[in-house]
Structure formats: C-alpha cells, structure tokens
Design a protein around this ligand. Structure first.
Ligand SMILES: Cc1cc2nc3c(=O)[nH]c(=O)nc-3n(C[C@H](O)[C@H](O)[C@H](O)COP(=O)(O)O)c2cc1C
Length: 299
C-alpha cells in the first residue's frame, strides 16, 4: 500500500488530516502534519480533506479520465446531492431482458469499470478485477461455454441413482437443482440450440465479469458493491443491464470456463453483468415488498 507524502511548505497545520485518519498515521509536529508510519491502507481521506492540497498518496489516481461524459469538478457535500434524483435512478434501474442489438462502445464499458472502482472495499483493498466482453460474439462464446456446463449438469441431475447417492452423503444439492431448475434449464438449452434464443444473456451485446481476489477480507461484498455502482451508472448512460447468476455459477464450478475467461487462479468470479441498449421502456418504478425495520434502542 502506498505512502502519504505531505508537503511541509504547503501544510498549514490545520490538523484535519490528523483527525480524519483511521490509522493514526499522521501527527502534528511543530505545527505541521507529519506522516509517521511506513505505510497505511491508502484510504486517501487525508488528501481529500486537505484545504490547501498539501497531501499526496503514492499509487493512487484521483482523476478518473472518463471518456464518455464530463465529470463534475466539485465533490457533492452531504445533503447537497439530489436525493430525489438518486432515488429515482435507483428505482428506475431494472433488469433488462430485451436489448436492441446495438453495440456498446468500448469506451463506455471502460468508464463503467472505472465507476465500479469508486465503491467502498474492505480495508480499501480494492481486490476486484474486471473483464470486458465487448461484442455479441464474445457474449455468445461465454454463452456456449455456459450452455455446455448446464448440459452436463442436467445429464448428471437426470441420473436418479447419482442424486440418491449424493443425498446419502448429506449433499442433496443435485436433487435440489433437479427439482428446482432442471426442466426450465432443459427448455432454455433446447431454445439456445434449436431456435438461437438467448435466455441466459437475453441478447446482451456486452458483458462485464467482476472477480475479486479470494484472499481479500471481504471479496464478495467488494465485488457486489462495485457491481451495483456499475448497474446504476449503466442506467444513467442509457444502457440496460442484467445480472446473470447462472453464468456465475457455471464459472465458479468449472475451472476450464474460468481459464478461457482468463480469470487468475487466485480470483473468484462474483458477478456477470449483461449489458446493451434496452429495447423496452418502463413507465412505472419498480415495486418491492414493504419492509418494517426492527428499531433497536438500548438505553
Ligand atoms: C445475484 C443475482 C443473480 C441474478 N441472476 C439472474 C439471471 O441469471 N437471469 C436473470 O434474468 N436475472 C437475474 N437476476 C435479476 C433478478 O431477477 C432481478 O434483479 C429481480 O427480479 C428484481 O428485478 P429488477 O432488477 O428489475 O428490479 C439476478 C439478480 C441477482 C441479484
């Protein structure tokens, strides 16, 4: 992890960086901020609060250089952002299962990945890796590999003796799969093979795979938070998106798919995001089951 560099000539000794540091890595010495550790987890808060720009953090890029839109120059302060706009964006994002077929530019896909990295991550480890399948033919390549995986799984699940044997060993997963998914997967495979109908990616023209290092403290949470950022940004950029859990499952269980997708051995895949221009327009926000939070007071 990087080192914090504080320019003594510029520092005014306000102590804001000292207060904000979660690591106690900065102290005021003779009215100037001094970085007293060898390293920290480079959370970048010290640089971000400094009113005179005296701090830099080695190894981090602060400008994201988006190529498909102009970024705002100023930070949105708490309470100053449009609450109604962000909630409307969240409620308007839907899983898209109908695309126009128009290709998404690689620069937009790359911008989405950068947006993904603005998510929080455990100890700022940023353990994610992103792979872009930019065109429909690339999506179909992954689709064929996934279809092969499910063809094989369905064959196993059809074997009653194997299901019983696995149940005997306390692992009824194959039986559960057989009861819940076998028939619909079989029908989807038939449609894929005979009609060219894509019930896996729903015709998405691009895919982003999100993987994360299995040795990170919370790789699943990190990958999923980055994913949600990308889903919201994709909607704002005019794209439809849909998570494809079936493809994640196939990749997790089949190392040869991971290999073909060039996923490193120390990485796990957490999300497969189908993307494309939507060919569907929603007139109403998403409905959700209502929730009643439990209020806990202990005084
Ligand atoms: C982990 C995860 C996996 C999903 N996998 C699939 C999938 O394989 N195929 C699909 O069509 N939708 C998939 N979805 C989308 C959900 O069905 C969808 O989010 C849910 O029905 C709510 O609808 P909305 O996203 O339009 O608000 C997945 C969603 C999540 C969170």
């Amino acid at each position: 992890m990087g080192t914090v560099i504080i320019d003594k000539e510029i520092c005014i000794g306000c102590g804001l960086c000292v207060d904000v540091c979660p690591y106690n890595a900065i102290q005021l010495v003779e009215n100037r901020a001094v970085y007293v550790l060898q390293d920290c987890f480079s959370c970048d808060h010290c640089r971000s609060v400094c009113p005179v720009d005296a701090v830099s953090v080695a190894g981090l890029v602060s400008g994201m250089n988006f190529s498909t839109f102009t970024e705002r120059a100023e930070v949105v302060q708490p309470g100053a952002g449009g609450m109604a706009e962000i909630v409307a964006l969240m409620r308007s994002r839907r899983s898209c299962r109908r695309y126009s077929g128009k290709t998404v530019s690689l620069s937009l896909l790359k911008d989405l990945v950068k947006i993904g990295t603005t998510a929080p991550s455990g100890t700022n480890s940023q353990p994610w890796r992103f792979s872009i399948l930019p065109e429909r033919q690339d999506v179909l390549f992954l689709g064929d590999l996934t279809a092969d995986y499910y063809r094989n799984l369905n064959r196993q699940a059809q074997n009653r003796a194997l299901r019983l044997l696995m149940k005997l060993f306390g692992r009824d997963k194959l039986g559960i799969y057989y009861r819940k998914y076998h028939d619909s997967v079989q029908e989807s495979l038939r449609e894929w093979d005979e009609e060219g109908r894509d019930r896996l990616f729903h015709g998405a023209t691009a895919v982003i795979l999100v993987a994360a290092g299995s040795d990170a403290s919370c790789p699943a949470e990190d990958a999923l938070l980055a994913t949600q950022n990308m889903l919201l940004a994709a909607h704002a950029a005019g794209l439809g998106s849909c998570l494809v859990g079936f493809a994640v499952e196939a990749m997790r269980r089949n190392s040869s798919i991971r290999k073909k997708m060039k996923i490193a051995e120390d990485m796990d895949v957490y999300t497969v995001i189908g993307l494309g221009y939507p060919d569907v327009k929603y007139m109403r926000f998403s409905g959700r089951r209502s929730v009643v939070p439990e209020i806990l007071r202990f005084n």
